[in-house]
Design a protein around this ligand. Structure first.
Ligand SMILES: [Zn+2]
Length: 196
């Protein structure tokens, strides 16, 4: 458990990890903080967007839609591996999830199956939306997977977390399937190796 890092630190740790970062508009102040808490933070959550095309993907993640206002994450990872910062603070990405999963993330233990939606995740997780159709067929280019690994490792390193603090939306909220096309166990192994 930790207070969220400042927007300036967030930008710095991503750049220090060697990522190509694109700052979108006034991302440092675009958030949902008026609707609830941002922090303490416990982990990083990975999503897929079910969209195609970088510009449209970044736009919807920044603006959201009528029934779900943006930002829908902090960073959008497009297929080319760039990280587009669209918001900072509370963001509409995690929704309600399982308190047993949160406890496991805090303890950095193996995750139980998510079977409850009783806990606000938007205050607890950094969120990254990754450009992919989420049909299990749309490819995940190496550049994009490497960027997902790097953002996860950068945040874990800053907070002193292990790879077990990186989870997928599907591990948090019953009914969610994202990310689809790689497994979180595989990603966590890569993050673990990067943190060595
Ligand atoms: Zn999601």
């Amino acid at each position: 458990m930790a207070p969220p890092m400042s927007a300036a630190s967030f930008l710095a740790v991503l750049k220090d990890e060697g990522l190509t970062v694109v700052e979108v508009g006034d991302w440092q102040h675009h958030n949902r903080n008026s609707k609830g808490a941002w922090g303490p933070v416990n982990g990083v959550m990975i999503h897929h967007t079910v969209t195609q095309g970088s510009a449209a993907t970044v736009r919807v993640c920044r603006d959201g839609h009528t029934d779900l206002p943006g930002p829908l994450c902090h960073g959008v990872i497009t297929k080319d591996g760039r990280v587009h910062l669209v918001g900072y603070g509370r963001a509409n990405h995690a929704g309600l999830g399982d308190d047993d999963v949160l406890r496991a993330v805090i303890a950095e233990k193996a995750l139980p199956h998510d079977n409850e939606a009783n806990t606000d995740g938007n205050s607890r997780f950094y969120g990254f939306e990754c450009e992919n159709l989420g049909d299990g067929e749309d490819p995940w280019p190496d550049a994009q997977l490497t960027a997902i690994e790097k953002v996860s490792a950068a945040i874990c390193r800053h907070h002193g977390w292990t790879e077990r603090s990186v989870i997928g939306h599907l591990e948090w909220q019953p009914g969610k399937i994202d990310p689809k096309g790689f497994t979180m166990a595989w990603l966590r192994e890569r993050v673990r190796d990067r943190l060595k």
